[in-house]
Design a protein around this ligand. Structure first.
Ligand SMILES: [Zn+2]
Length: 418
């Protein structure tokens, strides 16, 4: 390469180096440049763009930047781009926006990402399950790309298997009638509307799990699962209860402050969770679990029908309750461990309990974890409560005699919610 002149053509070796470092993708928009999107054929659609222009006239973009002309056709000064964006960064009307420093940074980030992601071996693959529904009329964005970014940050790469359609495993509860009808009514009417909504939504969840996820697990195509859920809490508990225990599973949380699903770095405080026996009376057939994690449920909010029952409370230690409490995956792991410990304790010390009334003030990831930890064959049936129109009412059951594994709405279960 000695004596190479700026403005000449990069050598084949340099061209290959740029293509490989960029993985055949545009460094700006990430388009795959070896295939025509309309023809589906192998086409070389990528272009090598100079960061510092190859010529020395003012017509050559960024060519006045100080760089030895002999280095201008090096791979470090060339980025792989799609044709449109190549034209745009060189256009006279936009060239001031695309500075040498900016383009170098974009190229570096793209090539670093390519190297990182392609370095993740097959054991780091994960099948992404997304469930998104409105919560009292509010919806959030939870695209395939959003989920991909969050799992890549955990050093995994997402599988959106073709057989699951290009959307992967998506449980879409948007547009399903009945969710926001609960807003203006009394607690009893809201509970009744919610139960109807949950019945329909639970069928949709069960359909996706049974028809798409389960066959993948059976034929060993699904070896790790990453779950993203944004929906009403009882539906998240239901989703968790339908996930397979035998497949390692990571649960993700949407962080309210920045609307991101990427877990923060683990903190080094000893923030954890503990279970207190809050009302120490002998355990009968029924008992109560209050989970005060994202908020605190006041004892005066416990429905009258539950007031005399044996009652436990799970709460954080070393950190206050609050909506942002599940900031890192370590906290969710410690919460899950506390739940497992609680259920193990029930098996040992409170065998008589057949029905556990759960009042959850929890982040969404914790609701999924609750459903997943619960084993219908060995644990009491869960009756999940929800705060509607200012009052806690029973809206969903998980597990229970003769219905192992299935969730069901708590209709006809008069006497608890009153
Ligand atoms: Zn592009």
């Amino acid at each position: 390469m000695s004596g190479a002149r700026g403005g000449g053509r990069p050598s084949d070796a340099v061209r290959r180096e740029v293509w490989v470092r960029s993985a055949g993708r545009c460094a700006l928009c990430n388009a795959y440049l070896l295939e025509g999107s309309m023809s589906g054929r192998v086409l070389h659609l990528g272009e090598l763009a100079h960061i510092v222009g190859g010529g020395s006239s003012a017509r050559s973009p960024r060519s006045l930047y100080p760089l030895d002309p002999a280095r201008r056709d090096d791979a470090d000064n060339l980025m792989l781009l799609c044709a449109d964006q190549h034209r745009e960064i060189d256009a006279a009307g936009a060239v001031d926006l695309f500075t040498v420093e900016k383009l170098r940074r974009i190229k570096q980030e793209h090539e670093d990402r390519v190297r990182h992601v392609t370095g993740l071996g097959p054991d780091r693959a994960t099948t992404v399950v997304r469930m998104v529904g409105p919560v009292h009329g509010n919806e959030v964005e939870l695209s395939q790309q959003t989920a991909a970014a969050a799992v890549i940050a955990e050093d995994r790469y997402p599988l959106f298997l073709e057989s699951y359609t290009r959307h992967g495993l998506e449980i879409d509860l948007r547009g399903m009638p009945g969710e926001s009808a609960v807003l203006p009514c009394t607690a009893d009417r809201a509970a009744s509307a919610s139960r109807a909504y949950y019945r329909t939504a639970a069928e949709v969840i069960d359909g996706v799990i049974e028809q798409r996820l389960r066959p993948g697990i059976t034929r060993d195509a699904v070896r790790h699962v990453s779950v993203f859920g944004f929906a009403r809490l009882p539906l998240l508990v239901h989703l968790g209860s339908r996930l397979d225990d035998t497949v390692p599973t990571d649960i993700y949380q949407r962080h309210r402050e920045n609307e991101s699903w990427v877990w923060r770095d683990r903190d080094h405080t000893r923030a954890g969770f503990t279970t207190l026996l809050d009302r120490d009376v002998p355990a009968g057939n029924e008992a109560v679990l209050i989970v005060n994690v994202s908020g605190a449920i006041g004892m005066q909010e416990v429905p009258d029908a539950l007031a005399e029952l044996r009652r436990w409370e799970i709460r954080p230690v070393g950190v206050p309750t609050g909506p942002g409490i599940m900031r890192d995956s370590g906290r969710l792991e410690r919460f899950t461990a506390e739940l497992r410990g609680f259920f193990a304790g029930l098996e040992a010390d409170a065998k008589t309990v057949e029905r556990l009334h759960v009042l959850p003030a929890v982040p969404m990831s914790a609701a999924i974890a609750l459903g997943r930890v619960h084993h219908p064959q060995v644990h009491p049936q869960l009756v999940v409560y929800e705060r509607l129109a200012g009052r806690y009412v029973a809206t969903l059951e998980v597990g229970g005699v003769g219905r192992a594994g299935a969730g069901t709405t708590a209709e006809g279960a008069s006497g608890w919610g009153a």
